[in-house]
Design a protein around this ligand. Structure first.
Ligand SMILES: Cc1cc2nc3c(=O)[nH]c(=O)nc-3n(C[C@H](O)[C@H](O)[C@H](O)COP(=O)(O)O)c2cc1C
Length: 136
């Protein structure tokens, strides 16, 4: 199996309905391909963890990279794994607001807080927790 983490910048005109649509199609396809992970949004950037069979992760990532609802997709981690960090989440959206929050969207309806499962290894939790500092 493979774990892939990327960051990207949301398109300027992203609306709540876009986030809902992203989440709906993500959950549907991820369930069918047995892909798990987390999608974190801070009002400007996304960070996403994708885990699953290498070929499936690569296929979904190719779709994600060409999605016009965000841009500047940069892979920050790609590694072989034996165990998933997020075995129970087909895709969970977490909102991590920052001081420089640039969105006026009310995301509480579709987002949970960022709670990391115990099995998240330190190098992954470090990346997820440092996500805020990526925002300029
Ligand atoms: C930030 C972001 C994260 C996404 N995450 C996923 C994902 O985890 N799984 C997925 O299938 N699609 C994801 N998508 C959507 C894909 O880019 C693509 O639009 C979608 O798979 C097409 O699905 P559809 O054929 O059901 O419309 C994401 C899109 C964005 C912008």
């Amino acid at each position: 199996m493979k774990r892939l983490i990327y960051v990207s910048t949301a398109s300027e005109n992203l609306e709540l309905s876009d986030l809902k649509a992203i989440l709906d199609s993500a959950v549907e396809r991820n369930v069918s391909k047995n892909i798990t992970g987390i999608l974190i949004f801070n009002g400007l950037n996304f960070m996403q963890v994708l885990e699953g069979a290498a070929q499936d992760v690569d296929e979904i990532y190719a779709l994600i990279v060409s999605d016009t609802r965000h841009s500047g997709v940069i892979t920050i981690l790609s590694e072989d794994i034996i165990q998933r960090c997020f075995p129970n989440w087909a895709m969970r959206l977490s909102h991590v607001p920052t001081d420089a929050e640039s969105t006026s969207l009310d995301l509480s309806e579709i987002c949970g807080p960022m709670e990391l499962p115990q099995q998240v290894p330190p190098h992954v939790s470090q990346l997820l927790k440092s996500f805020n500092t990526l925002k300029s």
